[in-house]
Ligand binder design. Sequence first.
Ligand SMILES: [Zn+2]
Ligand SMILES: [Zn+2]
Length: 341
Amino acid sequence: MRAVSLFKAWDMRLVDLPSPLIERNDQVRLKVAAVGLCGSDLHYYKDGHIGAGQTIDQPFTPGHEFSGHLIDDLPELGLHAGALVAVDPNISCGECEWCRRDEENLCPKPDFIGAPPHNGALCEEIVVETRRIVALPGGIDAVQAAMLEPLGVCIHSLDLARPQWWETVAVVGCGPIGLGIIQLLHNAGIRHIHAIEPVDYRRAKASGEGAEAVHDAVAGLIEATDGRGADLVIEATNSPDGFEAATRTARIGGRAVIVGIPDGNSYSFEASPARRKQLTITFSRRMNHVYPRAIELVARRGLKPETLVTHKIALAGVPNAFDMLSNHEDGAIKVIVEPNR
Ligand SMILES: [Zn+2]
Ligand SMILES: [Zn+2]
């Protein structure tokens, strides 16, 4: 089968690999239908690793936001060959203190598809554990199913942020996660949504998804709120300056939720804005059990995560797409790969 392989930072190639085989009876084979390219994949592409995580030292296939069609029947879930399913890329150990407290997203020993050494879904066929399979109701298509994972990241961040309808909420960074958060806030009836984003076309998209005001820098929001700042700030950038931007955007006594992963694995920020405002700052890590809500929102509540999709491409276009995303070219927001088209 054809697959995408990252050999080292900036060296991504299309390769031929043997089709994967089932090795244990808790596994199932999928024909990959749709894969979203994510900011975290971009970190592997640009840096060869994420933060202090494992560096790629042998060819690695990224891709963790995906859906597929079952190649074999899956009677445990009442599913037949050909059924469209989503896949939860994250499995936690099930035994540690955090897993037992139902905070499985905080498990220090997760097994994550699409994080080295576990190859991901940018390939034609993949074998996954049965317990990762998420059955879908009718009416969800392959692209929406692939978008359930990033949507889950957005839902988890709002579970932590607990926005209130009367609040001014600022979203710093309008990539797919920031825009997905704006979409959810808007759907939740929050009216005073401000987006801060330096790239023009992403600001335009933020308006389209329901932001009341858009700014190219923090100063714009401070001016728009007469110097007060936002009650709640959600940071979703890939910038080492994102944390500082969040602390400057928040009002006195406000709160900030940090979702983004910074290039270079460090933040530098001036202490006094955060300290004097007595900010409450929460970091958001992946997601917990949010797939059922993500599915409900898409299947029955009219949420349209696919509006963030700007490109649908074949496997051969993936190396180019990573460059396009790195350089903010061609209006790219969410790129979906269809390996079997
Ligand atoms: Zn992702
Ligand atoms: Zn655990």
